[in-house]
Design a protein around this ligand. Structure first.
Ligand SMILES: Cc1cc2nc3c(=O)[nH]c(=O)nc-3n(C[C@H](O)[C@H](O)[C@H](O)COP(=O)(O)OP(=O)(O)OC[C@H]3O[C@@H](n4cnc5c(N)ncnc54)[C@H](O)[C@@H]3O)c2cc1C
Length: 395
């Protein structure tokens, strides 16, 4: 949607296909990072965005303490400028805002309930997609450039020449809601239990809860009973214990498969992959949305001119990967480190970082040297490389 808006504002004809009839998916993550807040400001959307329901979060906490206690590893409030926080906004509200804004451009079309089903390929070049609508109609859409921003289950991943590289992930996520009450904490709150980690996202009326469980243990844990999980959960998050019974059946607990992978090639003639389609991100640090948005901004900047000319060469799409690959690879390396050295040991009931003394030292460093938290704060806030939108899209 970000890429569609930026290109349409620059006068490029864009059609966005979305397979669902609305944006009401609740498992996308709600984080809008400083880089995206600054982008919305550049696009003249800061005021409309400020009117959306939101909570502000400044800190990220990980269970690095020797006893699994939470340590602040990143304090975004120390960053300079007005956007020194992460806004927690239901993603459907943000997407609706972007869609409404893009629809003001005569060259923009959004086709909801329309699923891309395969690529059109002519003489080795992708020339568009075949699609199917929710009422069963099918058709073809031709394009100078097709951008796959269809997430980690991307259609582009069916193309073996793009070469998917997968990394091991120690966890999956359970996703469920619990009621929120006046007097509860605000923002993003974490916790560590016996064999699981939790994160609660403040969505105003309710808590969107995530529980990270060891990969592949979903069926076995469900078989142990909901009551057992609720007892463990209440022990890990005592301030929510009085509402644990609000969860009545396992049907209310969705299992989200966590993946971390990356395409070696994000492009082929006529095709570019960005966001999770190019590099599926783990929920660790909550930065996948930031990366996807920044990919879109970089893609718009590199592609406006060739798209206006109506001729996008391999060098143009390659330039986008060259620009964005280092950030994606560096971020995934950090996520892999957190998976291996923090999440996997904690889920297995061992101290993070190999031994309790190390964990204590690092935890001390984060606690006693606030400057140490600046590096992850900048990384989470802006990513390794900050992207600027094309001048034509700025308002
Ligand atoms: C459990 C979990 C929690 C997470 N929490 C966070 C978080 O808090 N913060 C954060 O920054 N990141 C988080 N992430 C990572 C984040 O969700 C992704 O990195 C981010 O959503 C990627 O954005 P995207 O636009 O590339 O893909 P997506 O958000 O997956 O969007 C893809 C879109 O394409 C549509 N689509 C798919 N296939 C087709 C098709 N064939 N035709 C038409 N439309 C199609 C989908 O309906 C969807 O709207 C989390 C990930 C997981 C697994």
């Amino acid at each position: 949607m970000v890429l569609g808006l930026l290109l349409a504002r620059a006068g490029v004809a864009v059609t966005v296909l979305e397979k669902h009839g609305d944006f009401l998916r609740d498992f996308r993550g709600d984080t809008v990072h400083p880089s995206t807040l600054a982008l919305l400001d550049d696009l003249g959307l800061a005021e409309s965005f400020a009117r959306l329901p939101q909570r502000r979060v400044n800190t990220v906490q990980l269970p690095l303490g020797a006893d699994g206690s939470l340590v602040t590893v990143s304090d975004i409030s120390v960053l300079p400028g007005p956007y020194n926080y992460v806004a927690m906004v239901p993603q459907w509200d943000l997407l609706d805002l972007l869609a409404d804004e893009a629809r003001k451009e005569p060259s923009f079309r959004l086709r909801m309930s329309t699923e891309a089903t395969s690529f059109l390929v002519e003489r080795g070049r992708v020339t568009g997609v075949r699609y199917r609508t929710s009422d069963g109609r099918t058709g073809e859409l031709r394009a100078t450039l097709t951008v796959a921003c269809d997430g980690r289950g991307s259609l582009a991943r069916s193309r073996p020449e793009l070469r998917l590289r997968q990394f091991t992930c120690p966890m999956d996520a359970w996703w469920f809601r619990l009621p929120r009450r006046a007097g509860d904490p605000h923002g993003l709150v974490g916790g560590a239990g016996d064999g699981f980690l939790t994160a609660m996202i403040d969505r105003g009326e309710y808590w969107q809860c995530a529980a990270l469980i060891p990969k592949g243990t979903d069926a076995e844990r469900r078989a142990a009973g909901l009551e057992r999980f609720m007892v463990d959960f209440s022990a890990a998050v005592p301030w929510l214990a009085d509402r644990a019974h609000a969860l009545r059946s396992w049907d209310e607990v969705k299992m989200l498969d966590v993946r971390l992978d990356r395409l070696r090639h994000w492009h082929r003639p006529g095709l570019l992959c960005i966001g999770d389609a190019a590099h599926a991100m783990s929920p660790v640090f909550g930065i996948g949305i930031n990366l996807a948005v920044q990919d879109a901004v970089a893609a718009a900047r590199h592609l406006v001119e060739p798209l206006r000319r109506g001729a996008v060469g391999l060098a143009d799409v390659r330039a986008v990967q060259r620009r964005r690959w280092p950030t994606a690879a560096a971020t995934q390396t950090l996520q892999r480190f957190a998976h291996a050295r923090v999440i996997a040991p904690v889920l297995a009931g061992r101290p993070p970082l190999g031994n309790a003394r190390w964990a204590e030292r690092v935890s001390e460093l984060f606690t006693t040297a606030p400057w140490f938290r600046r590096v992850p704060a900048y990384f989470i806030g802006y990513g390794a490389m900050r992207e600027r939108p094309p001048a034509e899209s700025v308002r």
